[in-house]
Design a protein around this ligand. Structure first.
Ligand code: ZN
Length: 483
């Protein structure tokens, strides 16, 4: 163990560009952030630090709150990148119908471990583990074992795609699990219930919502997903009285105005996974319409089977998708957008405060303010030309910085990344070894053919459009007809 990760040692960040993300979005040039114990003690200039404090030179860098990812299927990290060319349909077939049911508790553990380490490395200090591969309580225990082993802040969103939520949520072992592993464990391990509402008019999900109400925990649900969960889902949740200000609607695209009104009126928030929505096909990334309805937004990366757990990507793609839509909507009316409505500052807010608010953790994390839990990120990379000059801090975070620029990460007052390196490299090695075993197991279980077919879905045949012009062969100077 290096000096840097001694738990309990005070830490002071010196002379950085500090994005506090407090209510006024105060920015301090040449600012300090002092951490004592698990809390932020002070934010200001030239702070006095206790003797023995770890001094972190933040000059040339940006100090910001740890980022918050409100929807991540950590267990799928074991299959990192495998589904890069999938559509949502192919994802459903692979995980829901064919192979999700062969994942063992140790496979959930392996994926969670690597995904959790990955989150910390990227400066994501709070992650909702949208854990819908929990087909037994043993799987759930394995998920939590991994989360507890990695010094981040986690919210286990308990789910099981292999069974109806009315079944698993009402089983005595589910409540027993909650009491054993979650209840009273403090603010580093929160809990939600994760299930989707199909739109069946009989509303079979009602008992699961009742369990959530009884346990006083939030529900997170994939909604507004093209071809899967639409306006009927939102209407049923709302009409039955289960829409509240803790409900998180994941994606929430492809919905009508009535659904957005219901979400807004009940104070719910939306977890936007722009890279996912753009690739998988849930619908157009919805921030452009959520803003018009005054619905709160948080950001998420969904799953490493396609993308990575990197909120810089989430911020960048979300800002770009929102602006792209605004331009296109204007062009259909022969108008020109001359001023952007959505700013980089707002997207940084969504990645920090937005997530904290969605999770009911705004009093704990999401900003750098005295008294809050010390989840702090320093973005600094003196070796990178991209970190200079540092003129527009929010724009820099969104469009310039990358995960490799994450220099220091503190969670709950503890340094987990320092000088661009995880302070516990052994944990990464262990996570890689565990995932290696899982990959071996899965590859063997699927067999070569299914393994390859899963990773390389067929490309549909495309027909070239007829071209009324003559093709020119530039090499010979001759022209020839089509075909
Ligand atoms: Zn998801």
């Amino acid at each position: 163990m290096s000096a840097a990760d001694e738990a309990g040692r005070p830490v002071v960040f010196r002379n950085g560009l500090v994005l506090t993300m407090d209510d006024a979005h105060t920015v301090l040039d040449g600012g300090d952030v002092l951490v004592i114990g698990d809390r932020i003690a002070q934010v200001g200039h030239h702070l006095a630090a206790p003797e023995g404090a770890l001094e972190v030179d933040a000059s040339g860098g940006i100090v910001m709150p740890g980022m918050v990812d409100t929807h991540r299927h950590l267990w799928q990290t074991a299959m990192r990148g495998y589904g890069a060319d999938w559509t949502l349909t192919q994802y459903f077939v692979w995980y829901y119908l064919e192979w999700g049911k062969i994942f063992r508790p140790e496979d959930i553990h392996a994926g969670n471990l690597l995904g959790a380490v990955e989150a910390l490395d990227a400066g994501v200090t709070t992650t909702v583990d949208w854990s819908h591969g929990l087909r037994s309580v043993d799987h759930a225990d394995a998920a939590v074992d991994a989360l507890e082993a990695v010094p981040g802040r986690w919210v286990l969103a308990y789910g099981n795609i292999q069974d109806g939520p009315w079944n698993w949520s009402t089983a005595p072992e589910f409540r027993d699990f909650y009491r054993r592993r979650i209840d009273g464990k403090g603010d580093r391990l929160g809990f939600q219930m994760a299930f989707d509402v199909t739109g069946d008019p009989a509303f079979p999900e009602q008992p699961a919502f009742e369990v959530a109400r009884d346990l006083d925990v939030a529900v997170t649900t994939h909604s507004g997903v093209w071809g899967a969960t639409g306006d009927d889902s939102i209407r049923l949740i709302h009409d039955h009285g289960f829409a509240n200000d803790r409900t998180i609607y994941v994606h929430a695209t492809t919905l009508g105005a009535d659904s957005y009104h219901r979400i807004a009126a009940s104070g719910g928030s939306v977890s936007v996974s722009t890279e996912s929505e753009q690739n998988a096909g849930q619908g157009y990334p919805p921030t452009w319409v959520l803003r018009k309805h005054g619905i709160e937004v948080s950001l998420s990366m969904d799953t490493s089977v396609w993308w990575s757990g990197d909120l810089f990507s989430a911020m960048r793609t979300t800002l770009s998708a929102d602006r792209s839509r605004e331009h296109l909507e204007a062009h259909t009316k022969a108008e020109t957008v001359t001023h952007h409505a959505l700013r980089a500052e707002q997207v940084v807010h969504w990645a920090t405060r937005g997530g904290a608010r969605a999770l009911g953790m705004d009093h704990l994390v999401g900003s750098l303010e005295a008294g809050k839990k010390a989840d702090v990120v320093l973005v600094k990379n003196d070796a990178s030309p991209v970190m200079y000059p540092l003129l527009n801090p929010y724009g820099h975070v969104v469009f310039q910085a990358q995960r490799a620029d994450v220099h220091t990460v503190v969670v709950d007052g503890r340094v987990v990344k320092s000088q661009g390196r995880l302070t516990d490299p052994g944990q990464l090695a262990a996570a890689k070894a565990a995932v290696g075993s899982t990959v071996d197991f899965l590859r063997e279980s699927l067999g070569d053919e299914a393994w390859r077919a899963g990773m390389n879905p067929e490309v549909p045949e495309t027909k070239l459009l007829d071209n009324p012009y003559q093709y020119t062969d530039f090499a010979t100077g001759s022209t020839h007809g089509q075909g």
